[in-house]
Write a protein that binds this ligand. Structure first.
Ligand code: AMP
Ligand code: GLY
Length: 438
């Protein structure tokens, strides 16, 4: 039987599990990869692997023209913003990832806030987009001490500053907002929301959306949700596809928002949003609110949902591309998952780099996905960001946590991880917090 050629762009743990999901397909996938570094896990699955900047249009165009894949799929946000999906389309290669115009959902925070407002989709906090200083001070006075200032554009999570966490008092907020205005001519200032965050990702074919199980990420570097923000230290999901602190009603509110935004995007731009729509939500005392949208699978969230995916990932990608997703069965196992990242000491601010790590035997039932590591002839080296993700899948979160935790110790070297992710103790705190708010 003839196979399918798939072009995958990206080289993190998210792309490692995407590669695995593609290779599991009944369509006999031949995988062609463009990644910024050599990921040993992806390399083992790939026919050909080009190490190049994932935003380098010329290099990718040359590779794709030679390979002529049946379709492409993009892992990270940067190539989407850089127009790689658009460039591939010009070569008549379709992607299960959004075009630049609608990818703005992630790359421009002001666009997304304005879109929800324009189409009267509930879920925005109190917010204003400023293009100059007019009214800026007044809005800070209105918000008082609880504000968030967001630089516009992709900043890898570092452009957002929250009062009480990164900034104190109105003066510091104003100063940062002025800095953002100077940098990009735009800044979003909004109400600080209090509650528990969760991620709801949907596969979208432009008009039809199918939800994945909800997941909770842990952005803070240290135990007890303290310390600097990171790309995400670990995640969990529950066997019933809800989360212990969330109600079905709240998940439905988030799901509704994704569906309305999908429709609004087409009405606003005339371009169908095809790919994964990732809503970052927060359950508050007043209902579910939108923190931000991403135009791709989350990392680590991809490890939770794709570990559970029972359906054929190639069928899903083709359903997205052909606008036939409503005819594709999309099913997830009713199991719990916990993913923990092992990261370099000093991560995220001053990570050690170029240090060797040893990966011992990984316990049965746990899957390992490589992220920011460099495979050299004499072994594996840290390259400065999240290194390896370990995923446990089981009937309960507690059991999945035990599995993931049993595996993190297999990595020897200057690394750390968060022991508390997925533990009953931390989850109980989140449940109590939501009880208090409700
Ligand atoms: P973002 O890059 O928009 O996901 O923001 C990064 C982090 O900042 C989020 O995960 C939240 O923890 C926090 N954050 C963003 N917007 C708000 C908000 N309006 N209220 C409270 N926290 C927020
Ligand atoms: N888990 C956060 C992100 O993928 O943006």
């Amino acid at each position: 039987m003839s196979g399918k050629k798939v072009l995958l762009i990206g080289n993190g743990a998210r792309e490692h599990i995407m590669a695995e999901a593609l290779k599991k397909s009944r369509h006999h996938v031949e995988l062609y990869v463009v990644g910024g570094a050599m990921n040993p896990g992806i390399k083992a699955l790939a026919e050909e692997y080009l190490v190049a900047d994932v935003c380098d249009k010329d290099a990718i165009a040359e590779f794709a023209s030679r390979v002529r894949p049946d379709f492409a799929v993009v892992g990270p946000e940067a190539p989407i913003e850089a127009g790689i999906v658009d460039m591939l389309l010009e070569l008549e290669i379709h992607s299960a990832s959004p075009l630049q115009t609608v990818g703005r959902l992630e790359s421009s925070k002001s666009y997304t806030r304005d879109l929800l407002e324009k189409f009267q989709i509930p879920g925005n906090p109190d917010f204003k987009v400023f293009y100059n200083e007019e009214g800026l001070e007044d809005f800070f006075l209105e918000l008082g001490d609880d504000y968030v200032v967001k630089a516009d554009g992709l900043k890898g999570g570092k452009g957002v500053k929250v009062s009480g966490d990164h900034l104190n008092g109105m003066e510091e907020g104003l100063a940062y907002a002025r800095e953002c205005l100077k940098d990009s001519g735009r800044v979003v200032v909004e109400e600080k929301l209090i509650g528990q965050e969760f991620s709801l990702m949907s596969f979208c074919d432009g008009t039809y959306a199918v939800d994945m199980p909800v997941v909770q990420d842990h952005k803070r570097a240290y135990e007890g949700d303290e310390g600097p923000n990171t790309g995400g230290m670990g995640t969990y999901s529950d066997a019933n596809h809800l989360l212990p602190f969330l109600t079905l009603h709240e998940v439905n509110e988030a799901s509704d928002m994704n569906k309305k935004v999908l429709k609004a995007l087409f009405e606003d731009t005339g371009v169908y949003y095809k790919g994964v729509m990732y809503g970052g939500f927060i359950a508050t005392a007043k209902g579910v609110r939108l923190i931000e949208y991403n135009a791709r699978l989350g990392d680590p969230e991809a490890m939770n949902v794709l570990s559970l995916l029972r359906s054929d990932f190639v069928d899903i990608c083709e359903g997205i591309i052909n606008k036939t997703l409503d005819q594709v069965t999309v099913e997830f196992e009713k199991k719990a998952t916990v993913c923990k990242y092992v990261v370099p000491e000093g991560y995220p601010d001053k990570p050690v780099k170029g240090e060797k790590i040893e990966v011992g035997e990984i316990p049965e039932g746990v899957h390992a996905y490589y992220a920011s590591v460099d495979q050299r002839d004499d072994g594996l080296y840290l390259s400065g960001s999240r290194a390896i993700a370990f995923v446990g899948v089981a009937d309960t979160i507690e059991e999945a946590e035990r599995l993931a935790q049993s595996a993190v110790g297999s990595v020897k070297g200057p690394v750390f991880h968060r022991k508390d992710i997925g533990t009953k103790e931390l989850i109980d705190k989140k449940v109590e917090m939501m009880k208090g708010l409700r």
